[in-house]
Unconditional design. Structure first.
Length: 148
């Protein structure tokens, strides 16, 4: 009887996760944030929009669109790979590797890399179409700078 009770409890225990554990599938998709005034470039013609796309295969791309008026004029595009362990995400971009503590709540993704947190909103289907159209435009290509 005790063996039966332990066997019945096992699925319950196995399904418990720490509230700090991030479900990687919840990251999949496109996230964006306004980086106006927070980039390494002096861009005075309008906002800078940071767009991160996470794929199921642990790859992604980070796009920073530099906008003038209502159209992007330049893009900084950098592919990356990532792993998640608990609530720590490790990013590899070119030759740079860095870790960030991630939290997800209320449709927002926050990445904190040593006290500097950036919060992203999940992009709507319409925004994703817009971002994809922007990527196809002939924009000024900006070479990414190393992250760390």
């Amino acid at each position: 009887m005790a063996l039966l009770a332990i066997t019945l409890m096992m699925p319950t225990l196995a399904s418990c996760t720490s509230k700090n554990e991030i479900d990687v599938s919840a990251l999949e998709g496109t996230w964006y944030t306004d980086l106006t005034g927070k980039t390494h470039l002096q861009w005075n013609d309008g906002p800078a929009l940071n767009v991160w796309t996470f794929q199921a295969d642990s790859t992604g791309v980070c796009d920073v669109f530099f906008i003038a008026g209502d159209q992007p004029k330049a893009i900084e595009r950098q592919p990356f790979t990532f792993t998640v362990n608990g609530n720590i995400m490790t990013f590899v971009m070119e030759d740079s590797t860095w870790d960030g503590t991630i939290t997800m709540a209320d449709g927002k993704l926050s990445i904190d890399s040593g006290g500097s947190a950036v919060t992203f909103d999940r992009a709507s289907a319409e925004q994703i179409v817009c971002f994809e159209e922007w990527i196809k435009m002939e924009l000024i290509q900006i070479t990414p700078t190393p992250t760390k």
